[in-house]
Write a protein that binds this ligand. Structure first.
Ligand code: F6P
Length: 326
């Protein structure tokens, strides 16, 4: 029998489709194993202000198919201060919460790591972000749904791009990572992807144009990852207008629509497996780890590794993209 009697669960940072499926799986697996579950609203903010409610199995009914997060989310600056974390710890004690499950991206796991170290609280993290930028897991919750959303949007833009014979730069999210742009480009048959990982090393735009972006086609679609390095789709398009004025250029920024929508089957399954694994991990006395999936197997990744290491992008995919878009 685990020493953990009561767990708190929260979602934090940018929301991602599949977070609800994870909340459901964590709640029900914990209750199944005799634990009490407390839902903490608005991420770390709710831990500080004490917005906490006991969750029964019914609280997570009918949510597996819903995007967003029923627990709400926030980016909490106060939790970055020692005073904020102290207040959070006091609320944890007041609510008799023995361990935490936190669902979110890099910032969420970084907060979890400091909190766990400072107050010796067992914390298990679930990777919830559309960016797929956490090291130690093949995929993150929300990534697959966002990719599918991007693919559907690009399919639609292609209709008008080809009718008008235009060059479209479509900006996708990813923070500092190019997973959504590169795999979104492969899935939608785009001509190229401009991603921060490569843009740091070379000028992808001139290379792309010199290699003959429009050898056999009159319209082209290029996915551009949001990035300070390239200036995103607007930055790239401005350069093209100046340096290659013969192109008829348009820009679309997909923005927050990439974060919404009903989660895909893959995200629901992944979130459910990871949510159940979070409770298994706590019962095995694991702490300060992120649940990951590698080659279909659940793995425990220490926070220090998941946050600190840069997840490498598969560069071979750029060649596949180039070859298949001639
Ligand atoms: O981390 C998820 C993400 O959607 C990033 O891709 C993006 O850079 C950021 O969040 C946007 O954050 P916000 O919703 O706070 O503007």
């Amino acid at each position: 029998m685990s020493a953990i009697k009561c767990i708190g669960i929260l979602t934090s940072g940018g929301d991602a489709p599949g977070m609800n499926a994870a909340v459901r799986a964590v709640t029900r697996t914990a209750i199944y194993n005799g634990m009490t579950v407390k839902g903490i609203y608005r991420g770390y903010k709710g831990l500080i202000t004490g917005e906490i409610e006991e969750f029964k199995t019914q609280n997570v009914s009918n949510i597996i198919q819903r995007g967003g997060t029923i627990l709400k989310t926030a980016r909490c600056m106060e939790f970055k201060t020692p005073e904020g974390r102290q207040q959070a710890y006091e609320n944890l004690r007041k609510e008799n919460i023995d361990a935490l499950v936190t669902i979110g991206g890099d910032g969420t796991l970084s907060g979890a790591r400091i909190f766990a170290q400072e107050f010796n609280v067992p914390v298990v993290g679930l990777p919830g972000t559309i960016d797929n930028d956490l090291f130690g897991t093949d995929v993150t919750i929300g990534y697959d749904t966002a990719l599918n959303t991007i693919m559907e949007c690009v399919d639609k833009i292609r209709d008008t791009a080809s009718s008008h014979e235009r060059l479209f730069f479509i900006e996708v999210m990813g923070r500092d990572a190019g997973f959504l742009a590169l795999n979104g480009a492969l899935a939608s048959g785009a001509e190229a992807a401009i991603i921060p990982e490569i843009s740091m090393e070379k000028d992808q735009l001139s290379e792309m144009i010199e290699q003959g972006l429009r050898k056999s086609k009159n319209s082209s679609i290029v996915l551009v990852a949001e990035s300070e390095v390239t200036g995103g789709a607007i930055g790239v398009a401005e350069r093209v207008k100046k340096e290659y004025p013969h192109f008829d250029v348009r820009v679309t920024i997909l923005g927050h629509l990439q974060r919404g929508g009903s989660p895909s089957a893959q995200d629901r399954i992944m979130a459910t497996r990871m949510g159940a694994a979070a409770i298994d991990a706590l019962m095995e006395d694991q702490r300060n780890v992120m649940i990951g999936i590698q080659s279909e197997q659940i793995v425990y990744v220490p926070f220090s590794k998941a946050i600190r290491n840069e997840k490498p992008i598969n560069r071979d995919l750029l060649n596949v993209l180039r070859t298949t878009s001639i």
